[in-house]
Design a protein around this ligand. Structure first.
Ligand code: SF4
Ligand code: SF4
Length: 104
């Protein structure tokens, strides 16, 4: 898939600055409703953080990435659990805006 989202350098750097604070502790996972139902790490906050970082750093968008971020309910439950204070839901939402041009 064409990586048109990579044109937005400021947004990508902002996301990396926020998400690279993640220590992958997993404390955010137990409150996530989609992880609870779908039972796969890519449908939980830690997996979504990981896959967004992977997407940006490797300049790739694929079906797995899109399904991971678009199944998020943006409920913000994960934000309340993160010891690093990462705005997880907000970062997922912002990343989704970067994908919009690539889906046209
Ligand atoms: S905002 Fe998304 S990742 Fe966070 S708890 Fe809600 S559904 Fe899960
Ligand atoms: S709680 Fe915060 S630091 Fe821990 S895995 Fe989740 S996003 Fe990363």
């Amino acid at each position: 898939m064409k990586n048109l989202f990579l044109e937005n350098i400021d947004l990508k750097q902002g996301l990396l600055d926020e998400l690279l604070k993640c220590s992958f502790c997993g404390l955010c996972e137990w409150v996530c409703p989609t992880l609870s139902v779908l039972n796969h790490r890519l449908y939980g906050p830690r997996g979504r953080v990981e896959i967004i970082v992977y997407s940006i750093q490797n300049e790739v968008i694929n079906k797995e990435i899109i399904e991971s971020v678009y199944t998020c309910l943006l409920c913000k439950a994960c934000n309340t659990q993160c010891p690093a204070g990462i705005n997880i839901a907000g970062s997922i939402r912002r990343f989704r805006t970067t994908l919009y041009p690539a889906k046209r």
